[in-house]
Design a protein around this ligand. Sequence first.
Ligand SMILES: C[S@@+](CC[C@H](N)C(=O)[O-])C[C@H]1O[C@@H](n2cnc3c(N)ncnc32)[C@H](O)[C@@H]1O
Length: 255
Amino acid sequence: MTDAKDQAIQEIKEVVKKRYAKRALDVMARPSAGKPDSSVEACCGTTYQAVDLVAIPGEAILASAGCGNPTALADLHPGEVVLDLGSGGGIDCFLASRAVGPKGRVLGIDMTPEMVELARSNARRIKATNVEFYLGHIEELPFDSNTMDVVISNCVVCLSPDKDAVFGEAFRVLRAGGRLHLSDMMLVGDLPDAVKRDPQKWAECVSGADQRETYVERLRAAGFQDVTIAQEQPYRQEPGLENLRSVHVIARKLD
Ligand SMILES: C[S@@+](CC[C@H](N)C(=O)[O-])C[C@H]1O[C@@H](n2cnc3c(N)ncnc32)[C@H](O)[C@@H]1O
């Protein structure tokens, strides 16, 4: 990689990290932090059913910053090993941990130390024994090849400045027959120039989104097959963002 490209990647990552560090710190600093979950009034939007969130730590719900509900579509089975790319406060890991049960295992990875700290504290709070959180980058996963049954992610790939590396790593760690379930953002047209240039808009999951064709092409180039966009809906009714979509993408690493 050239020095200029490497520097551009690092700059984007610092802006992203700063935004999500603040989100984690805000959640940890709120007056009722650590109190029983019933004290939490706010929720994360419309992507999760209230019934699913019973016994999920309030701090994980408050920190939640996803654009979908990947475990709802991932058809997880008891005993499976699941990796969540960009696990944030851990909400999707806790949902996955319930589905895979005590014989399964869920690993979350996130590059923001404050988010990893929050996720670990959430895991302790609910005494989760099958969930582990790692500090690291999704472009360079610290996991062995062919070890995961399912890779999930919720509104994170759009934040990566090196999506080919992310998909390459997801493919490497999945076992043959493994599946990829990504809730993410995509574009079906252009964004205004001012939005494209604004690093904060990248950190808000807007200007880092790939065009749909590019996204699918990258997944295929990484080796994935059966790439399917299972859900697609307009993200926000905001002037300039009409071409932004929240999507759920499924792909497979064939046997
Ligand atoms: C929009 S939040 C989503 C968090 C979580 N998936 C959820 O649904 O609540 C994005 C998260 O991805 C992490 N992240 C962004 N880029 C990353 C990268 N390249 N490697 C690892 N983590 C990353 C951020 O630190 C942040 O916690």
